[in-house]
Write a protein that binds this ligand. Sequence first.
Ligand code: FE2
Ligand code: FE2
Length: 475
Amino acid sequence: MTAINYSDKIPNNVNLAEDRTLQRALEHWQPSFLSWWDDMGPEGSQDFDVYLRTAVSVDPAGWAQFGHVKMPDYRWGIFLNPGVADRKIHFGDHLGEKVWQDIPGEHRANLRRIIVTQGDTEPASVEQQRHLGLTAPSQYDLRNLFQINVEEGRHLWAMVYLLHKYFGRDGREEGEALLQRRSGQEDNPRILQAFNEATPDWLSFFMFTYFTDRDGKFQLCALAESSFDPLARTTKFMLTEEAHHMFVGESGISRVIQRTCAAMNSLKTDDPKTLRESGVIDLPTIQRYLNFHFSVTIDLFGSDESSNAATFYSTGLKGRYEEGKRTDDHQLRGQTYPVLQVQNGQLGEKEVPMLNALNEVLRDDYIKDSVAGVGRWNKVIEKAGIPFRLTTPHKAFHRQIGALAGVKVSPDGRVISESEWKTMADQWLPSESDRAYVAILMGRVVEPGKFANWIAPPAMGVNRQSADFEYIRFN
Ligand SMILES: [Fe+2]
Ligand SMILES: [Fe+2]
């Protein structure tokens, strides 16, 4: 079951050849996918030989194989983690029953919505990142960008497989629609707002892969608990790929900080203007980018109170993060959870039924995980002997979704007036001039072993190669 057959037109470990109808449907979708990649994949990259890893097995020990390939020839395929024998539903109303190998009719509409929403984010991020190759700070970074792009493409395949196999004609139509929506396009945008924002520069890219790919991790972890076994198995394998995306973000920001701190120490200054003149990104600007990406990403978890979230949990479609490690009753009836609200002009908490607050539960788990990495960035600053510290803004800062959408809150959690917001916004979020400055830094550096001035080289290359390895042959 775990071996992947690469002689098939569509590499897979799901015995695709045994289901001719499904195989034909997916082979029909394949050219549409490739023409989407042609139009919306990384700009100008079609002829590059890129040092990519490809899944050769879903075994934890040896799934990745590295080699130079042209991205349009990447072997996108369908890989599910092996099933667990006698797996039981472990949360919600059906607790203790056997997991589903097929979709119960009453859950079809909700599962379709969950799978389409997840699937939509995958091509969206490729679209958001498609111009970044033109301004890569090094070959090493360019290769990492392309690796992420092909894997997001594979995640799309993963969701389209489920749609084709379990949703018949509706699923095939959804598969087409996933290739038709476009990130940021007014008349046919991607489903979730964070996936319609531009990713105009590499500082945004690293923030996106740190914060927004981490949202992906938490959504996938919640779906990996699903009673619908094929969804659980496919999301488990996607998670192994997601880890690398977050690594690119965390190490990317870390290297930017390292470079900035080195400049601060050699110039003996913390003055942003002086630092900008020397071509590095001052720490307050990094903080503003962080504030933006953090706040936009936590909106992705949805409304703080949601009856859909309750339904998805009770019916067993979507669990909590690490559901299996929790020691409560896994049904949560009669339990409560605190959510934020504004009362008399101040932020406070109120207790609501926990089932309705499961978006908030997942958001809080996500925040804990995000904060940990920010702590690791601070270690880099601390090691350089600089007193500045990065922080994640308050959960209510700059929110567009849920009960907090209508209020203005400062990064330290004070409810403020519209006019205070207007005066302070440029100190809290990237201003036009911040973005313009970062844009100026973005030049293309692609000689092996060379790095743009605003970022330090990585501690280690990819797959134990050196930093000056030829990760990309431009041809
Ligand atoms: Fe993904
Ligand atoms: Fe990702």
